[in-house]
Design a protein around this ligand. Structure first.
Ligand code: FAD
Length: 503
């Protein structure tokens, strides 16, 4: 059932077993698990079926740190389906080495990877390049020789509301309340549990929801802002329970570079729904492994017309670089110098440059924050401020991992590789607004064993509250290079099992 909170015929109160705030990737993945389970689930969603300017404006924030090219207003979508309505759809679970630093056991989370591939409608359960692709004759991506491992990202940009709308709205026990925003929470007198939630429409109609359990699933940037706002309204209930609200915010950045293939690695893509990303073999480069890099190189760029369209919708491609088109390149000197070096090293002059992207796992940084300003939005919440900052060691490590990858590729006789001249010279000190951020909002309500270091425990439950949980990448305590959605959904499915046990 779908109800519109603006309807005058609707009751002013709801009583359910589980109330979920947000009908994006997490809210949908969670609610699906309760279809026919026999518990009453209510999803409260801020938006409607389509975007509207007034609701979307609730996503306005100010920014005082690194200015992302894709800012908080335009990168998010505040309507049913959330950011999955325009998400790129590159999917890969986080690596064991990253999750091993989390309070939750990797093996326990890994059990949900198979169900996550179903939710995201992915083709393969196997993300190991050699096993998934190794046997195919037309596939050369899988093995780049010693010291380099390849890791698969599967591409599928599932619009989750379109996909699951019917099954959710036909369900007897799942109700969706659209055009309703979580505004405030009412706590028990000992402040150890949430009693009810106050949700509001933009015309100030109020509904009150009582539930056994509440799940905040309003997106990686919104989850901390909602906690901070409710903290102010409640006189500090959340800040009395954790020191970490709004700290450790992080996003991914893709750095550009160039590749000149020395060897023919120009296969047809075997499968348009998979992409290999390369990484330095952990055994050989252990010291870099905690900031796992993922290098995306594409030696078959001359054949780019045959690429699947969604590959190009992911982000801005920098101009095709070749001998013929090198004048398009932003950094002519560096580019031609590099090509010349490559030619001397034996590159086939017919082979064009291919783009290289380095996605790196950012180092958690407590000074990278989401806070509140004194300005209010149309809902009556204080507008947030994003102060995104890299860790002071980030730049040096990015440069080291790039060099290590470059050496490895050259040693294996595969390609000349380097980050773009600008990045090589200036590192991460790019001018404001030139960061190609991925809009992967992570970390600002992080998971930790102690409330000193984090907001939620290993079950995604807010420290010090018996029945309030957070779902989404905002709970990640550390990050991998790949997109967060797969792993966040695996956590959401684990949370749904946990809630079933508690009911
Ligand atoms: C352009 C873009 C490309 C991306 N590409 C990738 C990719 O390739 N791979 C990858 O892994 N990830 C990608 N992501 C990230 C991915 O989209 C997110 O990880 C995912 O959507 C997060 O799901 P969520 O449910 O936490 O948040 P969302 O999907 O943003 O959903 C949050 C929902 O909460 C609602 N809401 C907000 N505030 C309130 C409130 N107060 N009350 C009630 N409801 C509220 C919103 O309307 C929305 O529907 C991309 C994101 C963007 C923006």
């Amino acid at each position: 059932m779908i109800f519109d909170a603006r309807s005058s015929e609707l009751s002013d109160s709801f009583d359910v077993d589980i109330c979920v705030f947000g009908c994006g990737a997490m809210g949908i993945a969670l609610a699906r698990e309760f279809i026919d389970f026999g518990a009453r689930v209510l999803i409260v969603e801020s938006g409607d079926e389509e975007a509207d300017h007034e609701t979307q404006s609730l996503y306005d924030m100010t920014s005082t740190g690194i200015l992302p090219r894709s800012g908080p207003y335009e990168s998010r979508l505040r309507y049913l389906g959330g950011a999955t309505n325009h998400r790129g759809g590159w999917n890969r679970p986080y690596d064991k080495s990253v999750i091993d630093k989390w309070p939750v056991e990797y093996e326990e989370l890994e059990r949900y990877f198979s169900r996550t591939t179903d939710v995201l409608d992915l083709q393969h359960r196997n993300f190991d390049a050699i096993e998934a692709w190794g046997q195919r004759e037309d596939q050369y991506f899988a093995d780049l020789g010693p010291g380099i491992i390849s890791e698969i990202r599967q591409i599928r940009a599932l619009k989750m509301w379109q996909e699951y709308k019917d099954v959710l709205s036909d369900s007897e026990n799942v109700t969706i309340l659209k055009n309703a925003n979580l505004f405030d929470l009412e706590f028990t007198s000992d402040k150890n549990a949430v009693q009810s939630a106050v949700v509001k429409t933009l015309s100030d109609d109020t509904k009150r929801i009582t539930a056994k359990h509440f799940v905040l699933a309003s997106g990686g940037l919104e989850n901390p802002q909602i906690l901070l706002n409710i903290d102010r309204l409640s006189g500090g209930v959340f800040s009395s329970k954790s020191d970490a609200i709004g700290k450790y915010y992080m996003d991914h950045v893709g750095l550009e570079g160039d590749v000149v293939p020395l060897k023919c690695m120009n296969p047809k893509l075997a499968d348009h729904r998979q992409f290999a990303q390369y990484n330095i073999q952990p055994d050989e480069e252990k010291k870099y492994f905690f900031v796992r890099p993922g290098f995306l190189l594409d030696p078959s760029v001359p054949d780019y017309k045959h690429f699947p369209r969604h590959y190009f919708t992911v982000g801005d491609f920098h101009p095709q670089c070749s001998y013929q088109t090198k004048e398009q390149h932003e950094d002519l000197y560096g580019h031609s110098r590099f090509l010349w070096d490559a030619k001397k090293a034996g590159a086939n002059p017919q082979v064009s440059m291919a783009p290289l992207f380095l996605d790196f796992a950012p180092i958690p940084n407590a000074s990278s924050t989401v806070t509140l300003t004194e300005q209010k939005n149309a809902l009556g919440h204080f507008v947030g401020n994003l102060h995104w900052q890299f860790h002071e060691q980030q730049e040096g490590i990015v440069s080291e991992i790039s060099n290590a990858f470059e050496k490895r590729m050259a040693k294996n006789g595969l390609a000349r590789v380097r980050l773009s001249h600008y990045v090589a010279q200036h590192g991460l000190a790019l001018p404001d607004g030139s960061f190609k951020n991925d809009s992967h909002h992570m970390g600002a309500t992080r998971m930790a064993t102690s409330p000193k270091d984090g907001v939620v425990d290993k079950n995604c439950k807010v420290h010090g509250l018996n029945n309030f949980f957070i779902s989404g990448a905002s709970v990640f305590p550390t990050y991998d290079w790949s997109g967060p959605t797969f792993t966040a959904i695996a956590l959401a499915l684990r949370l749904s099992d946990h809630l079933k046990q508690r009911l």
